[in-house]
Write a protein that binds this ligand. Structure first.
Ligand SMILES: NC(=O)C1=CN([C@@H]2O[C@H](COP(=O)(O)OP(=O)(O)OC[C@H]3O[C@@H](n4cnc5c(N)ncnc54)[C@H](O)[C@@H]3O)[C@@H](O)[C@H]2O)C=CC1
Ligand SMILES: O=C(O)[C@@H]1CCC=N1
Length: 266
């Protein structure tokens, strides 16, 4: 089964590198990319063929669209004449609905919407997938296997996609923001930057491993760290005073709303 990736920016390369690491034959992969210097970079790095979008659409069994939501209409108009029944189009773009894609491709082309995230680069990705209306179990299984090469995959109803985008699609950015803030705080407290960075990164990795390996609720894990009248309680009081919990809710509502706006083309 050949796979084409159209749009090889951050997420397109993440998908491509994951497929290569998972052992997909490079001669079964191809890339369509608008920027010539970026195309050359990927050819050199992976030995993958970079072809026109139309050639990619004509040749591949599965066509993964990884361009910005605002570019999706143009790309679909460009490749639609090359697509034929039986092919599978997979969109990784925020906001873009399967309805939008299905209205622009020939009948009989199956469509699956995916929301991945960047930890896929280290095979710890979280991808959610939703079928379009002409999609059967084999198509979903194909996309599941595509995304499972770089992490976990969850099947969800498409109406949950905007919320999923706000939580796991954008999620790594919130975590990196927290990490960056904690490292900076360590520097303010007098720690060398390298020491602060090592402390914060390992604390994050250790906490994530506890969540996954114990399956214990995060509230319980937080309570275990919070000694009566101790340091953690003092810190958590400040986070509540500064309404960090409310800020997270507002931030993720904003991301969900932005995903909805992208569906409307803005
Ligand atoms: N970066 C992330 O963490 C995530 C991104 N996504 C989705 O992935 C998509 C791409 O996002 P990024 O990789 O971050 O953006 P990006 O800007 O890094 O990559 C987009 C790529 O598409 C190329 N491109 C644009 N028009 C093209 C065309 N007509 N033909 C061929 N290539 C074309 C650009 O040159 C660029 O290399 C977006 O729809 C985004 O919503 C989804 C989940 C996470
Ligand atoms: O920021 C964005 O729009 C994309 C979608 C999810 C993560 N990055």
């Amino acid at each position: 089964m050949s796979t084409a990736i159209i749009g090889a920016g951050v997420m397109g390369e993440t998908l491509l590198s994951g497929l290569v690491r998972a052992g997909r034959r490079v001669d079964q992969l191809m890339v369509g990319e608008k920027r010539p210097e970026r195309a050359r970079e990927l050819e050199e790095r992976y030995g993958v063929a970079v072809v026109s979008n139309r050639e990619a659409a004509a040749k591949a069994d599965t066509v993964a669209l990884v361009v910005k939501p605002q570019d999706m209409g143009d790309v679909l108009d460009e490749i639609a004449p090359q697509l034929r029944a039986g092919q599978l189009v997979v969109s990784l773009a925020a906001g873009i609905t399967t309805d939008f894609i299905e209205s622009r491709v020939p009948d009989g082309v199956a469509v699956v919407r995916v929301m991945p995230n960047t930890p896929a680069l280290v095979d710890e990705g979280m991808a959610a997938i939703s079928p379009g209306s002409h999609c059967d179990e084999a198509h979903l299984a194909e996309v599941e296997s595509l995304m499972a090469s770089t992490g976990k995959v969850l099947r969800i109803p498409e109406k949950q996609m905007d919320a999923v985008t706000a939580i796991s699609g954008s999620g790594p950015a919130y975590i990196f923001f927290v990490v960056e803030s904690m490292i900076e705080a360590g520097v303010h407290l007098g720690l060398p930057r390298a020491t602060s960075t090592e402390l914060v990164v390992q604390t994050l990795v250790g906490s994530a491993a506890m969540l996954r390996e114990t399956g214990t609720h995060p509230v319980v894990l937080r309570e275990q760290v919070t000694s009566p009248n101790g340091t953690t309680a003092s810190a958590l009081r400040e986070l509540e005073i500064h309404r960090v919990r409310a800020a997270f809710l507002a931030a993720m509502e904003a991301a969900r709303n932005r995903s909805r706006e992208l569906a409307e083309g803005s």
